[in-house]
Design a protein around this ligand. Structure first.
Ligand code: SAH
Length: 373
């Protein structure tokens, strides 16, 4: 059963109320946990390092690929997590690829592969669906189905690396779901992704985007990761933000900003404020002025995103001139601003739209080469 957004976030503010759904497949085990597993199977401990290497450095999709393990051990191991490609759309304009993956329980999740001048980037999902209920977002429509495990988050990256035949240099946790609403699995994922014995991606190449769970931000600060944090701000005051993002009822902006300061103090990483511009809603000069007052207090970048129209929502993008005027207003006060390049305009653009369309169509999974190898 999916949890429909109620318009009010749970009293916990969205920090997990379910117990950690930590380990479901071989891909969810950290190296020390694998050692314990291997020990329990009566095998030599060094096998744990081999298995971990196959999964996280060599992108093995099945235990049968782990050719230096004895067959008797392979037969005892639980299977790794597999993201089957259920659909893939590739943009003819910029090479962006939108993947729809099917997980072992048939859940569908989306990930996006983007090619930038400075490298390849993947945007992954952290939950099946989302319960934050943001008014402009397609992912919120069906509520949250469940949390993803660390292995399921990692497997999105590995499946894409395998499909495109290249290593990914940047990972953003900015797809479907609220990462800080799946805290334990997120942190396990971040540790494994950046683990020198594992996938070994630099912490600085990872960004987590949150709708603003202040307690989760504070907790993340204590983990001492040098990862980048993005706040989906979208409105410069509580009153307007409440109409777009119900999470504001639980965590007013003042509390979120105080948590962001704590995060900056702990990590020294520059923040990004995501601001989706919606015509007639949050794109006025007054909003820009209020946003300046906020941004002045942080080492930050403001990323303006003309809202991606979603079929079920009435919101539309401001005219180009309005977007530019908004940007100029911020820049006039020395704020660093970027306007997000719209990637993959010609494919199901907005977050959660590809999945939604498939759920509606009940489309069958397309097995693709390389997924079952
Ligand atoms: N829950 C996290 C991450 C997932 S959403 C968060 O809120 O940050 C990723 C980003 O896409 C967020 O900034 C979100 O507000 C934005 N987004 C969602 N739907 C959008 C749409 N239709 N147009 C523009 N941005 C959208």
């Amino acid at each position: 059963m999916s949890e429909k957004a109620t318009g009010l976030c749970e009293p916990s503010g969205g920090i997990p109320d379910t117990k950690t759904e930590g380990i479901k497949s071989l891909s969810d085990y950290t190296l020390p946990e694998l050692s314990v597993l291997i020990d329990g199977l009566g095998e030599k401990r060094f096998r744990a390092g081999q298995i971990y290497g196959w999964l996280h450095r060599k992108n093995a999709f099945s235990v049968d690929e782990m050719t230096d393990l004895p067959k008797s051990l392979r037969e005892k191991l639980p299977p790794p997590c597999i993201c089957k490609i259920a659909d893939m759309q590739e943009s003819r304009i910029d090479g962006t690829r939108k993947y729809l993956f099917e997980l072992s329980d048939k859940s569908l999740i989306e990930s996006v592969y983007m090619v930038y001048q400075h490298g390849r980037s993947v945007c992954i999902s952290s939950q099946v669906g989302c319960r934050m209920g943001c008014a402009f977002c397609a992912s919120a429509i069906g509520g949250r189905e469940r949390n993803l495990t660390a292995g399921e988050m990692l497997s999105q990256i590995y499946a894409i690396e395998r499909d495109v035949g290249e290593r990914i240099g940047n990972v953003v946790v900015m797809g479907t779901g609220e990462p800080l609403d799946n805290y334990e699995n997120l942190v396990r994922f971040l540790r494994m992704l950046t683990d020198a014995d594992g996938h070994n991606l630099s912490e600085r190449s990872v960004t987590v985007s949150t709708s603003g769970l202040a307690d989760g931000i504070r907790k993340l600060a204590t983990e001492r990761f040098a990862i980048n944090l993005a706040l989906s701000l979208h409105a410069p005051n509580d009153e307007l933000r409440r109409t777009l993002m119900p999470v504001t009822n639980r965590w007013p902006l003042a509390e979120v900003f105080s948590a962001l300061h704590a995060y900056y103090e702990a990590t020294g990483r520059r923040l990004t404020f995501e601001y989706s511009l919606i015509s007639g809603v949050n794109d006025s000069d007054k909003c820009a002025e209020e946003l300046v007052k906020i941004a002045k207090n942080f080492q930050c970048l403001v990323n303006l995103i003309p809202v991606n129209p979603v079929r079920e929502r009435k919101f539309s993008q401001p005219a180009k001139l309005r977007v530019q005027a908004f940007q100029k207003k911020l820049e006039k006060y020395g704020i660093h601003v970027t306007i997000r390049r719209e990637m993959g305009r010609d494919i199901d653009g907005a977050c959660g739209q590809l999945r939604k369309r498939h759920l509606e169509d009940g489309k069958a999974v397309r097995e693709t080469a390389g997924q079952e190898a």
